[in-house]
Design a binder for this molecule. Structure first.
Ligand code: C5P
Length: 239
């Protein structure tokens, strides 16, 4: 896979025109752009069309978490937009994920659409072992819990997971080579962690088995973002 396919740039901005400016500016270096809650809430589906017009792929990161019927209907809407990837929270349960995948497969066959990759969010990279235990009442260790959630996602027919690179190895070993692992919380050694708690460098993440690296602030908040992408690409190639 080329480095332009490995990096997913998070368009965590509130201004749709600025988001498109970013897509155009990094068009040679990046092929997949992530649209998250903020940008999608402000811009709506037109932002997806604008990115597609520029021949780029979209990871729609809305992390659906609701009853099975509601998630399946939202997934149908997202599939009609033609996104490359979208995600649901695995903690929404097996039935929610299964109905979501089945509905997406059905609509793709019926409407002759490309099937988007459906990912399950394991444990947010901003959470720690302590917050999981003390706030959410999960008594297992992080690795055990992520392994359990990934297994459930795989059984429900999802294509892969979003997980911290720190848990990528256990997911890869358990779920096999074709299961997609997308890792946010990536921080090259020269950037601060911000609110992310379970970070890894791009090189380490790939070594642990990650397929795609989500990068936001460590590119866009740099004084020279193009230089930052170049440095990260060199690191990816060396892995
Ligand atoms: O700026 P930074 O590189 O931390 O951005 C990470 C992006 O990945 C954000 O858009 C965040 O919402 C997203 N994300 C995450 N952890 C997850 C899933 C998605 O940080 N588990």
């Amino acid at each position: 896979m080329k480095t332009s396919e490995r990096i997913i740039l998070a368009l965590d901005v509130s201004n749709p025109s600025y988001a498109i400016e970013i897509v155009e500016k990094f068009s040679d270096k990046i092929n997949i752009f992530k649209v998250g809650l903020e940008l999608f809430t402000i811009a709506g589906p037109s932002i997806i069309d604008e990115i597609h017009k520029r021949k780029k792929k979209v990871f729609l990161d809305l992390k659906f978490h609701d009853i099975p019927n509601t998630v399946a209907r939202a997934a149908t809407a997202v599939t009609m937009l033609g996104v490359f990837m979208f995600n649901v929270h695995i903690s929404g349960g097996f039935e929610m994920m299964k109905k979501c995948t089945e509905t997406v497969v059905e609509i793709c066959l019926k409407e002759n659409l490309n099937r988007p990759k459906i990912l399950g969010v394991t444990v947010l990279t901003s959470l720690t072992r302590e917050s999981l235990r003390d706030e959410l009442g999960v008594q297992y260790g992080l690795r055990t819990h992520v392994k359990h959630l990934s297994n459930l996602a795989m059984k429900a027919g999802l294509d892969g997971v979003v997980a911290s690179a720190r848990e990528a190895e256990i997911v890869r070993n358990h779920c096999g080579k074709d299961f997609i692992i997308v890792t946010p919380g990536i921080r090259p050694s020269w950037t601060p962690p911000d609110d992310q708690k379970r970070t890894m460098t791009p090189k380490e993440a790939l070594k642990q088995g990650a397929d795609y690296l989500v990068l936001g602030r460590s590119i866009l908040k740099q004084p020279d973002p193009l230089k930052a992408i170049e440095l990260i690409s060199v690191e990816i190639l060396s892995a």
